[in-house]
Design a protein around this ligand. Structure first.
Ligand code: C2E
Ligand code: CMP
Ligand code: CA
Ligand code: CA
Length: 441
């Protein structure tokens, strides 16, 4: 390794951030057969020979060039190097550490991780059978302990995921889903403006499963399309019931709205969008009272495939909200392109705004941006009355959060609507007019 020359920072397409390429002179051994692992190498330039020592002498397995990877086996499974790597033509190599690979594998689909491990184990045992004499030294136990644990975890996660996928496929038919509703409150007058419908799964033997544990899988498998349609239909029907209750209570009350979360996947196929349009039309609720929430991430990442679906829904009269606004994206051009009505300030800013000045400024900035663009603002995750006070100061129109209510089942909504509006002001000084634009309310 002493023949290494300068290092150059390089950004690859591997999503590993900036990595440093190291230049190696011809003849350098990058590692020897039997060495402990530690990292894999991506060849940026030059050539590397992979060879093993068999009884009859040296046996060249491959000469690898730019774009190829080597040393991945020991980097993944913690065994020793299965061959020797020698630079044959000055080479620029990018090391990728086991720790980086491990992090990636942790985030990868558990089934893919498991398959990788199985294939690698089979390759190792084939290599051993082919070469009894040069069988690698048994590796130190510390080195294998971690990968074995990971292997066990990968297997358990893969099995869990396969079971979850199967159970999810049956859940709709077995009527295991339920919608909970979280009130969305006008900041100024503290009256209920609407609800957000949030999906829950009563999984037999597992109890109530929150959406973060299955929505991703539903999206990956496409099951979100029928599930999302059921959510939309149920939420529309419930809205009609809630509105009827509300009208009976107070004749002058403005009618409620219902926010429904929509995944980009539901907007990809025009036939699926037509089904959503039909559900809304058949529900007999005013489409202007239905707000579809789409995360900022999916609007940006699936801009083209979601565009025509969003436009059709918009033409029917539904309003559109950008969910989780403010995290990780900086392009605002889409806000105008889709005539979006509402920005939902992500909970991560709201929940830290009382002690983190940056969060406070971000909430303030998002609120004024929304006003500039003639959009409403809903702050998510309000738990503290002092957060509500600051939101009022900024002119934020609406909030939702545990301060007022957790998401609740439909029967409790009916009770909540019968009760006087939630009183929070007694815990806070009065004042702070609502500046929410409320164009459609
Ligand atoms: P989201 O759309 O951002 O929904 C808000 C989440 O914040 C809800 O979690 C809600 O219970 C939680 N929350 C609200 N106020 C507070 C608070 O004051 N403090 C805290 N700690 N949390 C609060 P939930 O119901 O577990 O939903 C998680 C996510 O799952 C949702 O995030 C949404 O992205 C997704 N989701 C839920 N239902 C559906 C659905 O029907 N379709 C799709 N595509 N996604 C859904
Ligand atoms: P590793 O075992 O970490 O170190 C030696 C590397 O040589 C190994 O990972 C693979 O990247 C590579 N290697 C092993 N066998 C072959 C082969 N038959 N052809 C090409 N490369 C190989
Ligand atoms: Ca939402
Ligand atoms: Ca959100």
């Amino acid at each position: 390794m002493s023949d290494r020359a300068q290092t150059t920072p390089i950004r690859t397409e591997l999503g590993l951030g900036e990595l440093s390429a190291v230049v190696y002179k011809p003849g350098t051994r990058v590692f020897r057969e039997g060495d402990p692992g530690g990292c894999a190498f991506l060849i940026e330039r030059g050539q590397v020979e992979i060879a093993r020592h068999a009884e009859g002498g040296r046996h060249v397995l491959a000469v690898l060039g730019p774009g190829e990877l080597f040393g991945e086996m020991a980097a993944i499974d913690g065994e020793v190097r299965s061959a020797t790597a020698t630079v044959v033509e000055e080479a620029e190599l990018i090391p990728i550490s086991s720790a980086q690979l491990e992090k990636k594998m942790h985030r990868a689909d558990p089934l893919v991780t498991l398959l990788l491990r199985v294939v690698l184990d089979r390759l190792r045992s084939t290599q051993r059978e082919l070469c009894h004499e040069c069988q690698p030294e048994p590796s130190p136990s510390g080195l294998r302990a971690l990968p074995d644990r990971l292997y066990g975890m990968a297997r358990a996660r893969a099995v869990d995921q396969i079971k979850l996928g199967k159970a999810l496929r049956d859940a709709l038919e077995r009527r295991e889903f339920e919608l909970f509703y979280q009130p969305i409150i006008r900041c100024g007058v503290e009256s209920t403006a609407g609800f957000e419908a949030l999906l829950r799964w009563h999984r037999p033997e597992c109890g109530l499963v929150p959406p973060r544990e299955f929505i991703h899988l539903a999206e990956d498998t496409g099951l979100i399309v029928p599930i999302g349609l059921w959510v939309l239909e149920t939420a529309c029907n419930m809205l009609s019931g809630f509105q009827a209750h509300y009208r009976r209570l107070t004749s002058e009350a403005p009618s409620l709205f219902m926010s429904v979360n929509v995944s980009a996947r539901q907007l990809e196929d025009p036939a699926d969008v037509d089904k959503m349009l039909a559900v809304i039309r058949n529900s007999r609720v005013d489409p202007g009272r239905i707000k579809l929430e789409i995360t900022e991430g999916s609007i940006i990442e699936q801009l083209d495939s979601a565009a025509s679906g969003l436009e059709k829904l918009r033409d029917l009269g539904v309003t559109l909200a950008v969910d989780d606004f403010g995290i990780g994206y900086s392009s605002f051009s889409y806000l105008h392109r889709f005539h979006l009505d509402t920005l939902k300030v992500d909970r991560s800013f709201v929940s830290t705004m009382l002690y983190n000045e940056d969060s406070l400024q971000i909430v303030r900035a998002i609120t004024s941006l929304a006003h500039e663009l003639d959009m409403d603002v809903i702050a998510e995750g309000v738990e503290d009355v002092n957060e509500l006070l600051r939101l009022r100061e900024f002119g934020c129109g609406y909030f939702q959060g545990f301060l007022c209510s957790r998401p609740i089942p439909a029967r409790q909504v009916v009770r909540l609507l019968k009760a006087p509006p939630p009183r929070l002001a007694h815990r806070a000084p009065a004042g702070g007019a609502a500046h929410g634009k409320g164009r459609r309310r």
